[in-house]
Design a protein around this ligand. Structure first.
Ligand code: ZN
Ligand code: ZN
Ligand code: ZN
Length: 161
């Protein structure tokens, strides 16, 4: 038995990113179907922009990219699309960076730890069941109802060292 699931590599260097993108779109469609959600055009456009890379992107930059691509949604529309993608767990909000990143495995249980490289900006996502269990125990001891245990670890990735 392993204590981690969904170890996601930071995708450094050469790889066929179009594969990541098509995979992400495919699983987004599937997730929406399973959850009875609708992946509207604007939501899909926002998701595509976020998946342009494995680096986080801020809400304002998403809006700018939409405009560059010739879409002119009202800012609240774009922000609502972002909120939708986060709620559907297709995208994660990285609180410490105030930015968004695409989730490579939206169907997984989400008790994420994010390893954020402060040099190149890459983010690796990990779901360690051990960490999750420790957090749950701690919360129980304190009588604390933990709502969203998200851990963001800043450091330097193997590629940048
Ligand atoms: Zn990629
Ligand atoms: Zn995720
Ligand atoms: Zn790095």
């Amino acid at each position: 038995m392993t204590d981690t699931e969904n170890v996601i590599s930071p995708f450094h260097g050469d790889h066929d990113h179009s594969h990541c993108q098509s995979q992400a779109m495919e699983s987004a469609l599937q997730q929406c179907k399973e959850q009875g959600l609708k992946l509207t055009t604007i939501r899909q456009q926002v998701l595509e922009i976020i998946w342009a890379s494995h680096n986080p992107i801020g809400a304002y930059d998403v809006l700018q990219k939409l405009q560059e691509a010739g879409h002119k949604p009202a800012p609240p529309t774009a922000y609502r699309a972002l909120d939708f993608l986060v709620a559907a767990k297709l995208v994660h909000r990285v609180e410490s960076l105030n930015a968004y990143i695409g989730c490579p495995s939206p169907g997984a249980s989400h008790q994420c730890q994010f390893y954020i490289c402060t040099q190149c900006g890459h983010i690796a996502e990990l779901n360690s069941l051990e960490v999750t269990a420790a957090l749950k125990n701690g919360a129980q001891e304190l009588g604390f109802k933990s709502v969203q245990p998200v851990i963001e670890i800043h450091g330097i990735c193997s590629n940048c060292q």
